[in-house]
Write a protein that binds this ligand. Structure first.
Ligand SMILES: [Mg+2]
Length: 242
């Protein structure tokens, strides 16, 4: 059991590389979720699944986390656009689950001239979709990128493409620098996490494995950051210092 003071008002906890790796539950995950029960939300750059799907998946590997306590970049991007541009039409490059989620939020996904292009983790990404996205941007659509990650390491150590790599193709072709990123290290997910816990940034600790996203985003907002190494928070001698 890690020797940590778990006395903050709230915890934002990353998922991949922090609690799980693929289908494997990492070393301190159960201890941590138990120690911060009722005071945490998961905050992940996942741009493919819904909170309900992830909650079910976590259940199958023995981690009980309510969907209401899971904040994901893909669905949060849809929520954010729904709040900022209600009634907008969307060109959504995303998984079937996210497309269903967007329709349930009232978005029309097949407009000839969409108001917003939202890029999430679309495993069916193609030349035709790239062309459609770039064309919509040329017609004045706003570009939103669910998560900036270019890749994550697969089980064999090789890079697996992520949302950021798809967005990079669109950005390169459109030649734009004008776009909104929802995922960490940008502030949106941190904001949503703290709002859901009813706390300020200064009352929260971000726990994650990635200093470039979890750590940088937390530090920018004045949040504490605890880094996870190899699935363990006990091997971090300089906790709360990073
Ligand atoms: Mg991570």
């Amino acid at each position: 059991m890690p020797d940590l003071d778990i006395d903050a008002r709230g915890y934002l906890i990353d998922l991949d590389g922090t609690l799980i790796s693929g289908q494997t539950v990492l070393q301190d995950a159960r201890w941590l979720l138990n120690a911060v029960a009722g005071r945490f939300v998961l905050v992940s750059n996942n741009a493919e699944h819904t909170p309900a799907q992830l909650s079910r998946m976590l259940q199958t590997i023995g981690l009980a986390v309510d969907a209401d306590s899971i904040i994901l970049a893909g669905t949060s991007a849809i929520d954010r656009i729904a709040a900022e541009q209600p009634g907008a039409s969307l060109l959504l490059l995303a998984s079937p689950a996210l497309r269903s989620y967007a329709r349930r939020k009232g978005f029309y996904l097949d407009a000839a001239r969409p108001d917003v292009v939202l890029v999430a983790r679309d495993r069916q990404f193609s030349y035709a979709k790239l062309a459609a996205a770039v064309s919509a941007l040329a017609d004045g659509a706003r570009l939103v990128v669910a998560a900036p990650d270019l890749s994550h390491p697969g089980a064999d150590g090789r890079p697996v493409p992520e949302t950021g790599a798809l967005a990079a193709a669109i950005i390169a072709c459109a030649g734009t620098r004008d776009y909104t990123v929802i995922g960490k290290p940008e502030r949106a997910l941190f904001e949503m996490g703290c709002r859901r816990l009813g706390i300020d940034f200064s009352d929260a600790v971000m726990i994650g494995d990635n200093p470039q996203t979890d750590g940088l985003g937390a530090r920018r907002l004045g949040m504490r950051f605890w880094q996870v190494h190899d699935g363990s928070i006990r091997h971090t001698p300089q906790l709360a210092v990073v």
